[in-house]
Design a protein around this ligand. Structure first.
Ligand SMILES: [Mn+2]
Length: 195
């Protein structure tokens, strides 16, 4: 919970160790986070899933990004990302598809595989989560976020992160409220798994 998205890489390593193999990765974010380097550095909040790919930490036939809309450095960003095994649900698709349909697409992709959910708070529109380092307009609403998560009930969720909350940039704790409530929804998903 909380900080820089770089943490997803060591967390995935730990989860792979416990799971004894790669997991389905569903990544909510405005950005792909699969760059090779960011400002010349290999270990940053823009590169965790490239490093994870190099160590085969996620399943290339069961992983996806949700909410993508960030700017690209080059066309290769998309080509490389696809070659790593990611499918993408673009944020614009929420305009024409309900959250039920979006959740169904995620469920079909993940299947019965063990699931790691990585949630960058910047997947939300800055109206709902201004307190983050790389805000992008035209994002998800908190209502869409909550309803998609509830639609994932019953999946084999084994671990999750909620990252990139930056209280220094927040207003009236609106970002912290969104993040805390997302974590609460995640605990419900873990609890329902056992029913
Ligand atoms: Mn991110």
């Amino acid at each position: 919970m909380g900080g820089d998205h770089t943490i997803a890489f060591p967390l995935l390593k730990a989860v792979n160790k416990i799971n004894k193999g790669p997991v389905a990765l569903v990544h909510f974010d405005a950005h792909l986070d699969t760059w090779d380097t960011y400002f010349g550095a290999p270990f940053t909040h823009g590169t965790p899933f490239r490093r994870a790919r190099e160590e085969n930490l996620f399943l290339d036939d069961a992983s996806m990004h949700v909410g993508i809309r960030g700017p690209l450095y080059s066309r290769d960003d998309i080509k490389n990302d696809e070659s790593f095994g990611f499918k993408i649900i673009h944020c614009d698709e929420f305009q024409n598809q309900g959250t039920d349909k979006i959740a169904e697409r995620i469920r079909n992709r993940v299947g019965n595989n063990p699931l790691y959910l990585s949630i960058d708070i910047d997947v939300l529109d800055p109206a709902f989560a201004p307190g983050t380092g790389t805000p992008e307009i035209a994002g998800m609403t908190t209502r869409e976020m909550v309803n998609v998560l509830r639609g994932l009930s019953g999946l084999n969720l084994i671990s999750a992160d909620v990252v990139e909350v930056s209280p220094a940039y927040d207003h009236a704790e609106v970002t912290s409220l969104a993040a805390a409530t997302i974590v609460y929804e995640l605990t419900n998903l873990f609890a329902k798994k056992k029913l």
